[in-house]
Design a protein around this ligand. Structure first.
Ligand SMILES: [Zn+2]
Ligand SMILES: [Zn+2]
Length: 309
């Protein structure tokens, strides 16, 4: 038997035709599927976006509360060895409660886990990262939410973390009064003129100094106002909020410094009054105005930084 060339031609054409039809069918099917999926995706994404936005606001509020709760522990005698871990625990607990509330609100399964609590380039902010998982109608969505939390307005934990409540420090209005705690601290380390720091005071809460650049503290009335309001300043040598919670006078992160104001008639040299110098660096300074009992005791490099004396 021999198939003639005509039969070959018909067979060939049919095969090509079927193949083309099949390709077109596959293309149309895929395209329709793709468009449909995209619609579902964007619909679900909007749905999730709403939950994520709501959640993100919660992290800001609950994160700040969690930091404040850690600070509260320090103010109530407890020593914190790992502030990040403590804040994580506090926040996880708060978010677990929030998740139940959110599940009802959005009719979705919600779970979360705090990944990290970190210092940032700005000493006024702490970065919190939370992994959020949402399941709704067989759709899953995961997102890592990052939130910068302001520490302005929170209490400064360093004095109590360093010296403890038992040292005699007490809250005096919007200030902390060191009573005889710093005198004992300086005496114990054989540092100059420990009695200069009897009843020294420092601001209770963290407020950002608006006199920036700091050299303006030399302008008339500025330093006086800064001390009265109890402002904090940025400092490479000072410690960040998370390290302050652990009682560290200095740390590798960009940090804060505050003046510890003495109220003494003594005129001798003592330790310079920036808190990182008192609690870590221990170098000497002199009164800016030796006849003023409220004068700061300051070293030359800090005088330069603030443009005073
Ligand atoms: Zn200031
Ligand atoms: Zn630090």
């Amino acid at each position: 038997m021999k198939i003639d060339s005509k039969g070959n031609l018909i067979l060939g054409t049919t095969v090509i035709l079927i193949a083309t039809l099949l390709l077109v069918a596959i293309f149309v099917f895929t395209a329709i599927n793709y468009i449909e999926n995209q619609n579902i995706d964007s619909y679900e994404n909007d749905n999730f976006k709403y939950i994520v936005d709501d959640y993100s606001n919660n992290i800001e509020i609950l994160g700040r509360q969690s930091i404040d709760d850690a600070c509260d522990k320090v103010y109530k005698t407890l020593k914190l060895f790992d502030s990040e871990d403590q804040i994580k625990k506090n926040l996880n607990k708060k978010l677990d409660e929030k998740n139940i509330e959110m599940e009802e609100k959005y009719d979705a399964k919600i779970s979360s886990s705090v990944l990290s609590v970190e210092p940032t380039d700005s000493p006024w902010k702490v970065l919190i990262k939370v992994k959020l998982d949402i399941r709704k109608n067989s759709n899953r969505y995961s997102k890592i939410i990052e939130k910068n939390i302001s520490i302005e307005g929170l209490r400064d934990p360093l004095p109590l973390a360093k010296l403890s409540v038992a040292s005699g420090i007490y809250i005096d209005g919007d200030k902390l009064n060191y009573f005889n705690a710093l005198t004992r601290y300086l005496k114990l380390r054989n540092l100059d003129s420990p009695f200069s720091y009897a009843f020294a005071t420092t601001p209770l809460t963290i407020k950002k100094c608006p006199y920036d650049p700091y050299i303006h503290h030399g302008d008339p009335g500025v330093l006086k106002d800064c001390l009265k309001k109890g402002y904090f300043h940025e400092s490479r040598d000072g410690s960040c909020y998370l390290c302050r919670l652990e009682g560290k006078g200095t740390c590798p992160h960009y940090g804060l410094e505050v003046f510890i104001q003495t109220h003494t008639p003594l005129k001798n040299d003592s330790i310079s009054c920036s808190d990182h110098v008192i609690f870590h660096d221990h170098y000497t300074g002199q009164k800016i105005d030796e006849y003023d009992i409220d004068s700061l005791i300051l070293d030359s490099s800090h005088r330069k930084k603030y443009g005073v004396g």
